[in-house]
Design a protein around this ligand. Sequence first.
Ligand code: TRP
Length: 326
Amino acid sequence: MSGIRPTGFLHLGNYFGAVRNYVRMQEEYECYFMVADLHSLTTHPDTKELKENVHRVLSENIACGLNPDKVALYCQSHVYETSELYLYLNMLAYKGELEKTVTFKDKVRQHPENVNAGLLTYPVLQTADIILHRASFVPVGKDQEQHLEMARNFVKRFNHRYGDVFPEPHAFNFGDELVKVPGLDGGGKMSKSENQYATIYLSDDDELIRKKVMKAKTDNGPAAPNSPRPDYIENIFGLMKLVSSTEVLNKFEMDYNNCSIRYGDMKKQLGADMVQFITPIREKAESIRNDSKYLKEVMEKGAAKARKSAKATMELVRQAMGLNYF
Ligand code: TRP
């Protein structure tokens, strides 16, 4: 089970860090992937663009290979059982531990004018999402580790008080590679918060992709054979590793090591390979987004699967909690 916030556009970092894992998981596990529209209300109370954003995030994930026939792909707000479980879990979550959450503290700092109770209990809602399906594996990035630790604590508390209903959820990845997708500004990883030109979105058109790549920082090249690579150069190689062929990568590594590298050529090649990688995804996402009938079917089918699983869990929950008076 995992959740995707419908805020911001999907970028290359999301693709290699998350979506690619979902696509792989769908072959081996019973999967629930959810658009976290309720979570977005904690920070984005204005819902004018919500529908468009939900449609876009669904389209982009399907274009990346998520198959709505293999997984339950649904919207959080379509599964009312989430809100019921969230309420019960709120009685087991302490104010003190919620206030200590790093993401909460960050958001308080960023938006001191909107410190609402939903923001405080964000990890409780996330726990409800996960354990509603009694899920064990949660494919998420490092930034979600604390939320998962809290989820395990709430689960332990529930099970201890009311009896064993839930497995403890853990972060999941395929072990081998936790890829870092470097940004194009020589800095850290690609993310929504970085500057526009550092990040390549799956919705960028060909020219914009090439332009962003060409703007990446370089220098005059190494002065001596087999020199270590500065961070901003290493980043360009890192991106090449993700989207270019081994031959192309090897060629430029050799050129670097014997000091004959021409960064203009390297970036031109990377731009072309990046375009080749993204264009089919962008075009597919566009055509899905324009097909509202198909999107409606996806959401209905997903909600039906998710609610079936949610109903079964909630019967166990009410039973365990003694909320059965007949
Ligand atoms: N908090 C997650 C994020 O910011 C999104 C999310 C909501 C989620 N519910 C979830 C992730 C359940 C995993 C499981 O990315």
